[in-house]
Ligand binder design. Structure first.
Ligand code: SF4
Length: 278
């Protein structure tokens, strides 16, 4: 697994010498494994690490994950920056989801957008050059299929591991686990005795991703290697897409870089319809 990650880092030129690397760490097996591996392979790159964690405010779930992250980063002597929804948005995810309108909007479609912003804020606070995300081969294959189903070509472009920098942002985003199967990540975590949160987020089942995951797992069981083929196909498609470049401006509400007049985060916050007096 470590050799595979090193090969991915070198094939897609993910790290530059001396990069200050923020590792997005949730407390699950993927992100703690990524931290463990980068801790081993980053010294030759002259790089230092900081862990970046988002506390969404999910009672009975995120609290345990935070404890695991704190203990693991202390063990590896890696500093930790935590940003919470409560601090950024003034509410926890549990509270926000009770207020969401319309009700059928899935938790992940709101939370995913709010998480991305929270991670950007954590990266800015830490002053990192690059944010490493624990996006594995299974995640990649699922995202490709989901974006195809949604006809979202722009997002398919972003599946190319070589494309790292979004306009307006200081830090690049890299995905060093993108060629490692989720099962291999789990095995790595067990063999290296990495304590991770095994429980799934209570809201995960609301997302179409769960159905796509089950579908791909059943295909992979009958046709081993199909996820890897999808990964290669995604890169080919991404590199051959004639997507018009979109101009990045600033969100008129929050001032963050955005390709739309109102950014995704502000639109997600509108769906939550926060009623602070409740
Ligand atoms: S699974 Fe969905 S709701 Fe849960 S933390 Fe992830 S994005 Fe948020």
């Amino acid at each position: 697994v470590v050799k595979q990650v090193q090969a991915t880092v070198s094939r897609y030129r993910l790290l530059k010498h001396g990069d200050y690397i923020g590792v997005a760490v949730s407390g699950g097996k993927d992100s703690l494994t990524l931290l463990h591996i980068l801790h081993q392979i980053s010294p030759p790159h002259g790089s230092e690490l900081v862990a970046l964690t988002v506390d969404e405010g999910i009672a009975g779930y995120r609290d345990e994950a935070l404890r695991l992250v704190e203990a693991f980063t202390a063990r590896l002597k890696i500093p930790l920056v935590v940003v919470s929804y409560q601090e950024l948005y003034g509410f926890t995810l549990d509270a926000g989801l009770k207020w969401r309108r319309p009700r059928k909007v899935s938790a992940c479609s709101i939370c995913g957008v709010l998480r991305r912003r929270a991670l950007d804020v954590a990266a800015e606070r830490a002053g990192v050059d690059v944010v490493a995300k624990a996006f594995n081969l299974d995640d990649m294959a699922q995202s490709f299929l989901m974006n195809l189903l949604a006809g979202d070509l722009k997002r398919i472009r972003w599946l190319d591991p070589a494309l790292q920098k979004a306009e307006g942002f200081r830090a690049r985003t890299i995905k060093p686990l993108v060629e490692v199967y989720e099962e291999e990540v789990a095995l790595y975590a067990y063999l290296n005795r990495i304590p991770f949160q095994e429980e799934d987020c209570p809201y995960r089942g609301e997302s179409i991703r769960s159905e796509v995951r089950a579908f791909l797992n059943s295909l992979e069981a009958r046709h081993p290697g199909i996820k890897h083929i999808l990964f290669k196909t995604a890169i080919k498609v991404a590199r051959n897409l004639a997507v018009e470049p979109v101009e990045t401006g600033r969100c008129e509400r929050c001032g963050y870089p955005s390709t739309q007049p109102v950014c995704q985060t502000c639109r997600a916050l509108t769906l939550v319809e926060v009623n602070r007096s409740q």
